[in-house]
Design a protein around this ligand. Sequence first.
Ligand SMILES: Nc1nc2c(ncn2[C@@H]2O[C@H](COP(=O)(O)OP(=O)(O)OP(=O)(O)O)[C@@H](O)[C@H]2O)c(=O)[nH]1
Ligand SMILES: [Mg+2]
Length: 464
Amino acid sequence: MFSTDDSIVAIATPAGRGGIGVVRISGPSAQGIAARLLDRSQPLGPRHATLTRIAAALSQQGGATGGSERGRAPGTEVVDEVVATYFPAPHSYTGEHVVEISAHGNPVVLEAIVARAIAAGARLADPGEFTLRAFLNGKRDLVQAEAVADLIAAATPLQARIAFDQLDGTLTGRIAAIDAPLFDLIARLEASLDFPDEGYHFIEPAVAVRTIGCLLTQLDDLLAGARAGRLIRDGATVVVAGRPNVGKSSLFNLLAGADRAIVTPIAGTTRDLVSERVDIEGLAVTLVDTAGWHETHDLIEREGVARSEQARGVADLVVLVLDRSEPLRREDEELLGRTASAPRIIVANKSDLPARLEISRLASIDVSATIGDGVGDLRRAIVRELTGRESLRDTAAISNTRHIALLDQARSSLAAAAAAAPGTPEEFILADLQAARARLDEVVGARTSDDVLRHIFERFCIGK
Ligand SMILES: Nc1nc2c(ncn2[C@@H]2O[C@H](COP(=O)(O)OP(=O)(O)OP(=O)(O)O)[C@@H](O)[C@H]2O)c(=O)[nH]1
Ligand SMILES: [Mg+2]
């Protein structure tokens, strides 16, 4: 089991140099440890930012008054002016006593403070341990704790917004709205079983059926946004494909907003994969430019074409580029065939030139990579194709695969209960309902094994 009776310390700010760097100490003796580090005789007042100094040496008892014995602290040459704040339990991030020391953002200074905190009795925190303690102390449920990691990792404003909503309790609230009536239903069915003579006194069968149906609808609503949510959180890979010279690299650069890939009028310019992280309407997309697909005996080009094919194989979406100013060629036909069964968007590029392409049988988007025409349509089509939604502004509440899997299982159990034929013994229905509820509890962490917790908090880095 996880221990919370010792005090932990870590640098809470990112590695590197900056205006401020924060060292966080949490645990029962946080205040005592801070007192030994700091050059002041008074204990820190609660929730009060105190300008003080890191003492040149560690004091023995706390309080850096002249008479007290002083031990040699690690990194004694390091001193700094700091702001220290003491957050008494339970009103702190972890729910324990916490002291935050804001020093100048220099790794040498911050590491020296950590080393001295360890010499004064703290232990170096494990990855995610501050947030784990917040969970164990009931400050946050598991969904909210996971949202902290997501918020820290967010690369687009939309990812940050979903993570914050979850941190704020949106998903927790929606799960609670399903869990509470489910709990009530289970209690009534159990009562009916315990007092069989009363028959259905505690709940009418019709009411039970209606309640289960209503809970199913709510779960379906939640899961309906799951695909979009997962894509927003985890991002997607979009591969730009097409025969040589159709303007793949030009389009790639346009979407990336930078001249990343070389563009020339010579067919066969791109020979290797070029990839770039781009924000497409809030989606974190890894966009990949590829070598033009054609048959070739050139060794380098052959390798390039092989890599293009591999990239297409792992793509969430293929953007197949055709040249609208030329008739369809054999290579285009070939690629249209090869990508027919994959999620794809067909782009008719070079819309600024006279049209000579005849593909009216296929839905395509006219774009000009050189003048930027149609790129908005293309961006929206990418979002629609990947997420099944027109817009991501009205975002999904659920995005984490762990949550999605558990809610899916809860849904199956509820569906089984709903589908039970009339006359099915209540024990069976009850077992399904209990299984559904157990899954919901796992999402928020009301019952979660240590292994699952370890796995979740490993994802964090130290200091979080
Ligand atoms: N007029 C016009 N020219 C374009 C457009 N897009 C690309 N081009 C031109 O087409 C030529 C080839 O463009 P690239 O982006 O290098 O084409 P590519 O598909 O990456 O070519 P490879 O890497 O050789 O496979 C360049 O001369 C571009 O300037 C467009 O929308 N309109
Ligand atoms: Mg190219």
